[in-house]
Design a protein around this ligand. Structure first.
Ligand SMILES: NC(=O)c1ccc[n+]([C@@H]2O[C@H](COP(=O)([O-])OP(=O)(O)OC[C@H]3O[C@@H](n4cnc5c(N)ncnc54)[C@H](O)[C@@H]3O)[C@@H](O)[C@H]2O)c1
Length: 438
């Protein structure tokens, strides 16, 4: 089978490379010529472990192609995935301009039956909207089906998540014959996942669209909940890790996403919960829990900056070493990263920042030009008044603490991801501060 993926970013490229690995012939399209040029040479323009090797192998074996020409791709594909961005607008709603642009381009090039699948995260009702746009812009009468197939991969472990997902959601019109046909085609694409007994949830398009937003909002709620518990733990002298362990052993709660820290960030959770709120507002449904999560997350980032200011006092002229900039380890993605909020808050107080991140410094330079970017963690702490770990990259878990202490002007250690043991750090002479443990 031949398929086309429109939009070759984190989701589109992982989807394309993984389907190619499943033995399907895939063409990935992007309007960004530089990106396509680089991918044709086997260079992945962002950091995702294992992806470059997968892209190179499947390109070499002839199953994966890259182009900027959408027309040829539509012509040769039975299934077309839309995987373009849906960034937030000022009011929090998802901006569908890229999705709609692609829908129009598909319509004008459609001349035989296709299944058009939304992989992008889109608000409830977008499937219908795409159907309308395509129907309105068709050049001749052609049948097509719309399917919603939201993506749940996590940057940093995207290939594993795509190849071994917890579930695959397929939203179509299960009542109609044509909807049944589209479901069968998409299930066929995912056939290798049957061997590992992946659950498939087959539903209607609106329900499928909402599953994605409900899932991300629930994950965000878990993070914000444990962050608030962590803040209380600090005040009462309890240990948030033991609280999380005690809670997580209850199978109704589960242990995942109960790790306290500086708040969630990235390209998905912050924008998706705001988009869900906008949809709920449009339909007159109050979602007080989700509203509270947005506020709790903003507060958590600020709480981290306040924690540093409270200990250090006046920041003017002081230097702070920040380790980790990407919103989580194993990605270079800086979208809505807690590091950006915390650094901006410290810069406002006239602190000087020396930062190190294994992969995201090049991207960070244009966003935060005031920061001095360093060659490794030790270079960052050299002469600094404090060290702040914001992202828990593995290489920060085993720092040479004696060296760090000797390079710092003051042994001040803020571990916003709780990767070190407080007793051990204090035993080594650091003034150590973390989240939810005293
Ligand atoms: N990044 C994630 O971890 C993740 C996970 C699950 C779902 N999603 C969702 O998937 C979607 C894509 O996210 P992403 O992170 O891959 O975005 P991205 O910004 O990395 O990639 C989007 C790509 O689409 C391309 N594009 C835009 N308009 C186009 C057009 N008309 N024709 C061809 N290409 C076009 C852009 O050039 C860009 O390369 C979003 O809706 C996002 O919410 C993302």
């Amino acid at each position: 089978m031949h398929i086309g993926i429109i939009g070759t970013g984190y989701v589109g490229l992982v989807t394309g490379a993984c389907f190619a690995e499943f033995g399907i012939f895939v063409t990935c399209v992007d309007k960004d010529e530089k990106k396509i040029k680089s991918l044709k040479k086997g260079i992945v323009p962002f950091y995702e472990p294992g992806l470059e090797a997968l892209v190179q192998r499947n390109t070499k074996e002839g199953r994966l192609n890259f182009t900027t020409k959408i027309a040829d791709t539509i012509d040769s594909s039975l299934v077309i995935f839309i995987a373009v961005g849906t960034p937030p607008r000022g009011d929090g709603s998802a901006d569908l301009k890229y999705v709609e642009e692609v829908a129009r381009e598909i319509a004008i090039n459609l001349d035989s039956y296709k299944v058009i699948v939304t992989k992008s995260t889109v608000p409830v009702g977008t499937g219908n909207r795409i159907k309308e746009i395509i129907s309105r812009n068709l050049k001749k009468k052609v049948d097509f089906d719309i399917v919603s197939n939201p993506e749940f991969l996590r940057e940093g472990s995207a290939i594993e998540d795509f190849m071994r997902p917890n579930r695959v959601i397929i939203g179509a019109d299960p009542e109609s014959n044509s909807g049944q046909q589209a479901i069968a085609i998409i299930k066929d694409l995912y056939k290798p996942l049957y061997l590992i007994e992946t659950p498939f949830v087959i539903t209607d398009i609106k329900t499928s669209e909402l599953i994605k937003y409900a899932s991300n909002s629930f994950l965000a709620t878990k993070i914000s909940f444990i962050n608030e518990i962590a803040n209380l733990c600090e005040k009462v002298g309890a240990d948030v890790h033991m609280v999380a362990k005690g809670m997580g052993l209850d199978q109704r709660i589960g242990p995942k996403f109960l790790h306290p820290g500086p708040g969630f960030g990235g390209s998905c959770l912050p924008k998706d919960i705001k988009a869900l709120l906008k949809v709920s507002e449009d339909y007159g449904v109050q979602m007080g829990i989700v509203e509270a999560v947005v506020r709790a997350n903003e507060r958590q980032r600020e709480t981290m900056a306040i924690k540093i200011k409270d200990v250090m006092g006046i920041l003017k002229g002081r230097t702070i070493a920040v380790l980790g900039l990407s919103f989580k380890p194993n990605t270079n993605d800086l979208r809505d990263a807690p590091s950006l909020h915390i650094i901006r808050s410290l810069l406002k107080e006239k602190a000087k920042i020396r930062a190190y991140d294994p992969v995201s410094m090049k991207d960070a330079e244009s966003i935060l030009p005031e920061v001095k970017y360093c060659k490794d963690p030790y270079d960052a702490v050299k002469g600094a008044d404090a060290l702040v770990i914001v992202t828990e990259w593995n290489q920060f878990r085993n720092l040479d603490l004696a060296k760090v202490k000797s390079l710092l002007k003051e042994p001040l250690f803020f571990d916003l991801r709780n990767i070190y043991d407080p007793q051990r750090l204090r035993g080594k002479g650091f003034r150590y501060f973390c989240v939810g443990r005293v």
